[in-house]
Write a protein that binds this ligand. Structure first.
Ligand SMILES: *[C@@H]1O[C@H](CO)[C@@H](O)[C@H](O)[C@H]1NC(C)=O
Ligand SMILES: *[C@@H]1O[C@H](CO)[C@@H](O)[C@H](O)[C@H]1NC(C)=O
Ligand SMILES: *[C@@H]1O[C@H](CO)[C@@H](O)[C@H](O)[C@H]1NC(C)=O
Length: 408
C-alpha cells in the first residue's frame, strides 16, 4: 500500500509539473474576472487597446486586402496594444453583409472573420466582439425590424426589436451562429477560442425612454442566452454609459439631455454581465460647448462611471470607445485629447489595481483605407506622435499588472 501511494505520489508530481509547464507556456488562456479585476494567466490584466470595426469586411473583400488586417495587428502589437474591439455583424442588402437575410450567412464574410480571429491569435491580441449594431449603419437593429415586417409581423416601432418574439428569435439565432462557428483556419469553435476576450450584446444599445424596461429585460434574456451557449467567455453589453430614470441623481452627468433608455448601473448589475463599459465623444456630444466645458465633462464622466463600477456594480470597467476627429492633417488636438484621457484612465487603474482596466481608442486603420475613413482614423505608421502617446500608455498600464492568489 505504502509503496503504491509513493509511486502514485511521484506520478502525481510529474503530472502536476506537466500541467504547470503546459500552463506557463500557453499564451492562449481565457480572460476571466475576479471581483473588480480582469485576470489572465495568474495576473491582473490591465491593458491599452483599440477599435477596428472594419476588419472582417476588409478581410472578406479580397484576399489581397488581408494584409491590412495583419499590418494593423502587427503595428498595434508593436505599440503594446493588447485588446481589439471589432464586429461580427452586418445585415441586409449592404456590401459584404455577414447575414444578408435572416439566418442566411455569407460564407465568404465569415471566412473574413475567421481570418481576423486567427490573425489576432498570431499577434496575441485579445478580441472583444460586438454582435449587432444599434444604429442603421451596416444593417443593425432597424434591419432586424424590417425583416420581421417583411415576414408579415406587426411592428409598432423600432424598439420592438427588444420585445418582439420573432425578432428576438432572429437575434438569438445570430448569437448561436457566431458563437458556434468553427473557424476554417484554426479549426477552433469561436466559443472555445481564448483569443476572444469577450462578446458584446450590441454596439451602443439605446431605446426611446419608455422602452428602458424592455431594453433591460432584453439584456437579461440575451445575456443568459449567450452564457447558455458559451460560459467560457466574458460578456458585456456594449453600452455608452448613459444614466436613466432609475438613478435620478446621476442624470446630471449625462451630456446634455440624453435620453437613451439605458441605465448604466442597473443594466450592468445583470448577473451574466461580467464587466462595465462606457464610451465618450466630447467633441460630438458637446459640440456647442467650449473646450474647458468638454474637459470638465470628460473628467466627471470617467470619474462617476469609475466610482459606480467599483462600489455599486462591483465589476471591472473599460472605456470601450473614445476619439476625436482630426482637423485636416493636424493631429495636435487629438494627441492632447488622447493624452488627457489616458492620464485619467491610468490614474484610476493605478488606484484600483486594474479595476479601471483599459481604454480602446476609436479607431486604428491601415494605410490605403481612405474609403473607410471617418475622421477618427489613426494610422500608426503615419502618426508617430500619436503612436508614442499610445505606446507610453500601453507600457504604464501593463506595469500595473500584479500576480493574484489562486482561488481555492
Ligand atoms: C504565465 O505566467 C507565468 C508565470 O508568471 C509566466 O512564466 C508565463 O510567461 C506567462 N505566460 C504568458 C503567455 O504570459
Ligand atoms: C434639458 O432640457 C431642459 C428642458 O427642455 C432645458 O431647460 C435644459 O437647458 C436642458 N439641459 C441641457 C444641458 O441641455
Ligand atoms: C468619486 O469618488 C471619489 C472618492 O469617494 C470622490 O472624491 C469623487 O468626487 C467621486 N466622483 C464623482 C464624479 O462623484
Amino acid at each position: 500500500m505504502a509503496s503504491i501511494r509513493k509511486i502514485n505520489c511521484v506520478w502525481g508530481l510529474i503530472f502536476l509539473s506537466l500541467i504547470f509547464v503546459g500552463e506557463s507556456q500557453n499564451s492562449n488562456q481565457f480572460v476571466e474576472t475576479r471581483n473588480t479585476q480582469f485576470v489572465l494567466n495568474g495576473s491582473t490584466f490591465v491593458f491599452n487597446g483599440f477599435n477596428a470595426y472594419w476588419m472582417m469586411m476588409v478581410a472578406a473583400s479580397d484576399k489581397s486586402q488581408r494584409s491590412k488586417v495583419s499590418n494593423v495587428l502587427a503595428q498595434a502589437s508593436a505599440a503594446g496594444l493588447k485588446v481589439c474591439r471589432t464586429i461580427a455583424f452586418g445585415e441586409g442588402n449592404i456590401p459584404l453583409a455577414l447575414q444578408p437575410s435572416p439566418g442566411v450567412y455569407n460564407e465568404n464574410v465569415f471566412e473574413g472573420l475567421d481570418f481576423v480571429v486567427s490573425e489576432a491569435g498570431k499577434y496575441n491580441i485579445k478580441l472583444m466582439i460586438s454582435l449587432v449594431n444599434n444604429f442603421k449603419e451596416l444593417g443593425g437593429k432597424l434591419q432586424y425590424v424590417q425583416w420581421a415586417r417583411d415576414a408579415g409581423v406587426k411592428i409598432k416601432n423600432p424598439d420592438d426589436f427588444y420585445t418582439n418574439a420573432v425578432i428576438r428569435g432572429y437575434y438569438k439565432n445570430h448569437v448561436k451562429k457566431v458563437l458556434t462557428r468553427v473557424n476554417t483556419i484554426t479549426k477552433i469553435a469561436y466559443k472555445d477560442d481564448p483569443i476572444i476576450m469577450a462578446w458584446q450584446l450590441m454596439n451602443e444599445p439605446r431605446s426611446a425612454p419608455q422602452y428602458a424596461k424592455s431594453l433591460h429585460k432584453w439584456i437579461e434574456e440575451m445575456a443568459a442566452y449567450v452564457k447558455s451557449i458559451d460560459n467560457k467567455h466574458l460578456l458585456s453589453i456594449g453600452m455608452e454609459g448613459f444614466y436613466g430614470e432609475e438613478t435620478p441623481d446621476r442624470k446630471q452627468y449625462n451630456p446634455g439631455n440624453y435620453t437613451s433608455g439605458t441605465e448604466f448601473v442597473k443594466n450592468h448589475l445583470v448577473k451574466e454581465i461580467d464587466f462595465a463599459t462606457m464610451h465618450v465623444y466630447p467633441d460630438r456630444w458637446l459640440s456647442t460647448k467650449i473646450e474647458t466645458e468638454r474637459t470638465r465633462f470628460l473628467q466627471r464622466w470617467i470619474d462617476i462611471h469609475f466610482n459606480d463600477s467599483m462600489t455599486i456594480v462591483k465589476k471591472p470597467l473599460i472605456l470601450g470607445e473614445f476619439g476625436r476627429v482630426i482637423v485636416g492633417n493636424d493631429v495636435k488636438y487629438r494627441d492632447s485629447f488622447l493624452t488627457e484621457v489616458y492620464s485619467y484612465i491610468y490614474a484610476h487603474a493605478k488606484n484600483s489595481r486594474g479595476g479601471m482596466a483599459g481604454s480602446l481608442v476609436w479607431q486604428l486603420m491601415s494605410e490605403g483605407m481612405e474609403s473607410y475613413s471617418d475622421g477618427y482614423q489613426i494610422v500608426l505608421s503615419q502618426n508617430p506622435s500619436t503612436t508614442k502617446i499610445m505606446r507610453d500608455e500601453s507600457t504604464r498600464m501593463v506595469a500595473l499588472e500584479q500576480r493574484v492568489a489562486k482561488p481555492n
